[in-house]
Design a protein around this ligand. Structure first.
Ligand SMILES: Cc1ncc(COP(=O)(O)O)c(C=O)c1O
Length: 426
């Protein structure tokens, strides 16, 4: 399988599109960025005519697979009714009720159009509620690409400084200073308390299960203690569930782990590929938005087709059937991968849940970004590339997303490709 047509198309496209791609995260993938012509169920077809079993799933949103009939039909029907009204539609109230029914920490919701934007609203709410300015974020966690938070997402360790009191490392040129951000290592609640005691922290944002820099679960008792500390010191706890929400289970990481934040950021699987995100949370904090004290806007918020897709997606998730399917296929895949690598004598670890898990080589049990960076990432990137040439598309960073459209036959094909890669050596 080769990807020459994609290479040529991206090179030609670069005459019109800066760099030939429309997101900075789409560059640097081996062998070259791909150009797709269609996507259905668990598979993608590219411009070279390759059919790929897809574990990128649009970077996570496609929990029901690509183009699921229920979502597509809902969106198509809505196209004949309304698109953008700069006002309310009954659809957004129905979508809101569904979100609130599913998410334990949600009394009220505000819809946005991307996770990055919704994070910004959460920061404003935390600052307005606490009358303080500083936010805590953790090394390796990703909360969108805006200036005030694109810090220490994948920092070069040569720049990151003291592991217990890391430097904030910029994610891009042209970024504003990080004067209101404190970067800490994750999974160490003593350091959080040390910082909270200074009385300047408005809120703490984290991925409650870390999937952006290697899959890492919170240590036992960590989230509970952070929850307690936030309440004690008057800082808001913000869970960024853009990946985990509706995915690790219908109620996200907060349902799975039993810890309820003050605010939650949702996105991705909320609308199975449509541009919808949300901030949800406790009434006392969300009321700051509703009262107009905290400004939140957006031309495309609750665009009708997106809302129709949100309703169809969330009703399907609420029925329980997608997770039932994924529990079977995802578990089979996680187990199968473990068996293949064990047989081949490759030290590895599979961490996570059937709908999203992380695979890494030559390292077990990292608890934060710095320890996760000790995994053999180069070996993994080679492995991901070898799988791609055999028709299986996995993220080079180790995250695997599953959808309810993946069938056991896809898992079998995937494991057979893994065996083939292992035979030729990685
Ligand atoms: C945990 C997390 N938060 C926020 C975002 C940003 O969301 P968006 O890309 O919709 O702006 C992402 C995107 O991958 C994410 O993984």
């Amino acid at each position: 399988m080769d990807f020459i047509g994609s290479k040529g198309a991206v090179e030609e496209g670069a005459a019109f599109v800066s760099g030939g791609v429309n997101s900075g995260y789409r560059v640097g993938l081996r062998p070259n960025p791909l150009v797709f012509t269609s996507a259905h169920g668990a598979t993608l077809t590219d411009i070279d005519g390759n059919t790929l079993i897809d574990y990128f799933l649009g970077m996570g949103p496609m929990l029901l697979g690509h183009s699921p009939a229920v979502v597509i039909e809902a969106a198509k029907s809505q196209l004949d009714i309304s698109l953008l009204v700069a006002g309310q539609t009954p659809l957004e109230y129905r979508a809101a009720k569904l979100v609130l029914e599913l998410m334990p920490g949600a009394d009220l919701v505000r819809f946005a159009s991307s996770g990055s934007e919704a994070v910004q609203v959460a920061f404003r709410v935390a600052r307005a509620a606490s009358k303080r300015m500083k936010m805590i974020k953790f090394e390796g966690h990703y909360h969108g690409w805006f200036d005030n938070i694109l810090w220490s997402v994948a920092p070069d360790l040569a720049l990151a400084g003291d592991p217990l009191h890391p430097n904030a490392v910029a994610g891009t040129q042209g970024q504003e200073p990080s004067e209101n951000l404190v970067v800490l290592p994750w999974n160490n609640s003593d350091l959080i308390e040390e910082e909270l005691k200074k009385g300047q922290i408005a809120g703490i944002i984290m991925e409650p299960i870390m999937f952006n820099s290697g899959g890492i679960l919170p240590l036992p008792g960590y989230l509970e203690r952070v929850r307690h500390l936030c309440t004690q010191y008057g800082a808001l706890l913000i869970f960024d569930e853009v990946i985990t929400g509706f995915r690790v289970c219908a109620g996200g990481a907060q349902e799975k782990l039993g810890v309820v934040p003050d605010l939650t950021i949702l996105g991705k699987a909320i609308a199975n590929g449509f541009a919808v995100a949300a901030i949800v949370g406790k009434r006392e904090f969300m009321d700051l938005i509703g009262s107009g004290k905290v400004m939140h806007g957006g031309t495309y918020n609750t665009q009708s087709v997106s809302m129709a897709a949100t309703i169809a997606t969330l009703e399907t998730i609420a029925s329980g059937s997608p997770h039932k399917i994924i529990d079977e296929t995802g578990t089979a895949l996680m187990k199968g991968l473990q068996e293949e690598f064990t047989k081949a004598g490759v030290e590895h670890e599979v961490v996570g849940f059937p709908a999203v898990f992380n695979l890494r080589f030559d390292l077990k049990g990292p608890t934060d970004y710095r320890t996760a960076m000790k995994a053999n990432r180069e070996r993994y990137i080679n492995f991901a590339y070898e799988l791609l040439t055999r028709g299986i598309r996995v993220l080079p960073r180790g995250t695997w997303f599953l959808s309810s459209a993946h069938e056991i036959s896809d898992i079998d094909k995937t494991l057979s490709a893994v065996r083939d890669v292992l035979k030729s050596g990685i």
